[in-house]
Design a protein around this ligand. Structure first.
Ligand SMILES: *Cc1c(COP(=O)(O)O)cnc(C)c1O
Length: 362
């Protein structure tokens, strides 16, 4: 096997040896008492992290499965897609592919959703669902979720669908308090688990609506998740390995303490932003909306990013990301979520500096 390159990319993130060992536990039947116990075991911790009394469902799919599923379960009339980056732009496209009526609330990449714009669009009464990406991983920008939730509260008939894929467990996102209808995340971002799983909660109001939505399909039918949840099971054979890894990770999270975890993430974000600006770089997102999970940094110094990353890999066996989609090369991204610490991020920033000096010489 070739040398492992440690990942500082915003997903999949680096997975610890401890987590990989839990992931490699022997199989059990997914309709067995052992599995039911495992399912029951992770539930209270997940509800705590979602800040909800509702069940937390597990889907064996990447996050996109549930992102598509939310549309198929909840859009009866028309969905308004808040768009300002690669993932949120794509969600509109997915709605169209699902045969849903959809409209864009489009901003340039890196510019946050303006809650007033959202309110004005919802006042038309045309929409019965809204999609929002809390943390746009492509641009390293966090939308003002609490302000958006304030607007959504005035439109209780409009389903509020939130992607927290790369912000879940990085900071507090209280599902019940914000009145969110669907909140979803993936395993391979801040949870630092292997890819292949998605976790999500659905409000009672959304569940009742889903009952009357035709063509929900089977694999992502929220009613199937609810029915199986009542038996401590998933609709189809889940990634049992991910359940073991999740159990291990949840115990780590609560051992560290949730508040300590949030604080650790904020510290790493602040360190990385400071590092960038002190070297003359600018952050990509609009000021005040920088992500806590990752930093998306403008290549305003004209650095040869592929060479920089290659040098990092060769010399230090670590890697960062060279930018996503249409801002590849114009930006680079450093992930500081998951198991990273101020120490590991400090070391990475030193490595980045050393390689940067060299790349600048050429
Ligand atoms: C990574 C990511 C996704 C897509 O996740 P998959 O697991 O690849 O389906 C969606 N939204 C955001 C914000 C992401 O960061």
């Amino acid at each position: 096997m070739s040398k492992h390159i440690k990942l500082f990319i915003p997903g999949p993130t680096e997975v610890s040896k401890k987590t990989l060992e839990a992931f490699a536990s022997p199989m059990i039947g997914h309709r067995s008492k052992e599995f039911q116990a495992l399912y029951r075991d992770v539930q209270p911790s997940l509800q705590q992290l979602f800040y909800t009394q509702r069940p937390v469902f597990f889907s064996t799919s990447s996050a996109w499965g549930v992102m598509e599923g939310a549309l198929r379960n909840l859009v009866q009339k028309k969905v308004l897609c808040c768009m300002n980056g690669a993932f949120s732009d794509k969600w509109f496209d997915v709605a169209i592919r699902c045969g849903k009526e959809a409209e864009k609330l489009q901003y340039p990449w890196g510019i946050p959703v303006d809650p007033t714009d959202l309110k004005n669009r919802l006042k038309t009464g045309e929409f019965d669902a809204v999609t929002v990406i809390h943390n746009e991983t492509s641009t390293g920008m966090m939308n003002p979720l609490f302000e958006i939730a304030g607007v959504m509260r005035e439109f209780p008939e409009v389903s509020f669908i939130v992607d927290c894929v790369s912000s879940f467990s990085v900071l507090k996102i209280p599902f019940d308090e914000l009145g969110i209808d669907v909140m979803l995340t993936g395993t391979q971002k801040a949870l630092a688990l292997p890819p292949g799983g998605a976790l999500f909660a659905v409000s009672q109001r959304a569940m009742t609506k889903a009952e009357k939505t035709p063509a929900r399909g089977y694999y992502f039918d929220f009613l199937e998740f609810q029915k199986n949840h009542e038996k401590d099971m998933t609709p189809s054979t889940p990634s049992i390995s991910l359940f073991y890894a999740l159990k291990s990770k949840l115990s780590e999270i609560f051992n560290e303490g949730v508040e300590n975890r949030y604080h650790r993430h904020l510290t790493m974000a602040q360190m990385t932003r400071r590092w960038a600006t002190e070297r003359g770089f600018e952050l990509f997102p609009q000021k005040g909306y920088e992500s806590v999970s990752l930093s998306c940094i403008k290549n305003n110094l004209g650095i040869d990013i592929p060479s920089w990353i290659q040098l990092l890999k060769n010399r230090f066996a670590v890697t960062i990301d060279g930018g996503y989609g249409k801002i590849k090369g114009q930006t680079f991204r450093i992930s500081h979520m998951g198991d990273e610490t101020p120490e590991t991020i400090g070391k990475l920033l030193e490595n980045l500096d050393e390689c940067l000096q060299e790349v600048k010489k050429h």
